[in-house]
Design a binder for this molecule. Structure first.
Ligand code: KG4
Ligand code: ZN
Length: 340
């Protein structure tokens, strides 16, 4: 069973080939970061045009790398949402057209399902059930995952996503977009205890989180401190985000009585967060799994993989051809759509 995966929800064109028996055969990515950096953030129309430019050449490239041809595909999986409408339309139009021409199913995958299943692509594949912490540029959520498509939301950010907080704070520190990796590099030479930043909602009795107050606190520090303090501000910020996420992770695991945490999404590449989650949770008997770092951020492999699992589950023979995309889409609504 060979599945072509297409990811075009935001600013990366990702294409991959996943085979149910042989695993990941090829995985290529074109990042638009350099193009958007000039504007300080993603420009949706430019993102769509760039996906148009790169998607077909990347499909040819994965097929070539894996020594496969279009005729060997059993299905095409693509990100149907959430994301930028124009960018999603490029992936869905190409996937649905190609699937129609080849007379194979096209599967519209939820971007966050891709992220939360991506740790299963690592060598030590976690078993269901687990608590998933999704930390990306657009989402920060705890989900209880009991199996493929069995997701329930435990708590989420009430304002900015953690990745968004990284990006906005990085901007305040004079770093270029996307700020997360750059802030993290700056923080490496800083002292995380130098500044005491707020940990909003850390002790609230629920599993919701808040990150927008942090950037306001950083903004005041940036104005009052000399430039030489920036590595310390970056480290103190990273520490505050990590403390918040670790604290809520412990709460989520104890509320669900689960023994396994799976971390996914771009912020899951953050080294301090990885280190602290492991050092806090492992002594409590909790197993912590991460995707390989290069699969933390957006990629085609996670979409090909989610599609392959959906295909293996089998209910696709009546799959309707449709170009529908879902720029806003809850994971629970998506999970229900497979049951219809
Ligand atoms: O999952 P992702 O690639 O895209 C979305 O679906 O949003 O996540 C991108 C986010 C950006 O906000 C980026 O700054 C952040 O992940 N990010 C990081 C790191 N690498 C990426 N944040 C902190 N530390 C990192 N090493
Ligand atoms: Zn993502």
């Amino acid at each position: 069973m060979l599945v072509l995966g297409i990811e075009t929800s935001c600013d990366e064109t990702g294409v991959a080939l996943y085979d149910l028996k042989a695993g990941l055969l090829a995985d290529v990515l074109h990042s638009q970061v350099a193009m958007h950096a000039h504007y300080g953030g993603v420009v949706p129309e430019l993102a769509s045009r760039d996906h148009v430019r790169y998607l077909l050449p990347l499909i040819h490239r994965v097929l070539h790398q894996a020594g496969q041809s279009l005729s060997s595909l059993n299905a095409i999986a693509y990100t149907a949402g959430p994301g930028l409408a124009g960018a999603l339309l490029v992936g869905s139009a190409v996937a649905e057209s190609l699937a129609t021409a080849l007379d194979i199913p096209a599967l519209g995958i939820h971007h966050l399902e891709g992220h939360l299943l991506s740790p299963l692509l690592s060598d030590q594949r976690p078993e269901f059930p687990f608590v998933a912490l999704l930390v990306s540029g657009g989402h920060t959520q705890f989900m209880s995952v009991s199996g493929l498509g069995q997701y329930s939301l435990l708590g989420e950010t009430v304002d900015d996503a953690a990745g968004e907080a990284f990006d906005k704070t990085a901007h305040l520190l004079g770093l270029s977009y996307p700020g997360g990796p750059a802030l993290s590099r700056l923080a490496e030479s800083g002292d995380p205890t130098r500044f005491s930043l707020p940990r909003p909602m850390m002790h609230s009795p629920d599993l919701n989180m808040s990150f927008s107050g942090l950037k306001t606190a950083v903004s005041l520090l940036v104005q009052s401190q000399p430039e030489s303090q920036r590595p310390h501000i970056a480290a103190s910020f990273e520490q505050a985000v990590s403390d918040l996420l670790c604290h809520k992770a412990i709460r989520a695991l104890s509320a669900t009585q689960m023994k396994h945490l799976v971390v996914a999404g771009g912020v899951g590449a953050n080294k301090r967060l990885r280190r602290e989650l492991c050092s806090l949770l492992e002594p409590r008997g909790i197993q912590v799994s991460f995707p390989p770092p290069r699969l933390c951020t957006d990629n085609g492999a996670m979409i090909a993989f989610a599609g392959a699992l959906r295909l293996a589950q089998g209910d696709l023979t009546d799959h309707q051809r449709s170009f529908s995309i879902h720029p806003r889409w809850s994971l629970e609504e998506y999970a229900r759509s497979w049951g219809d």
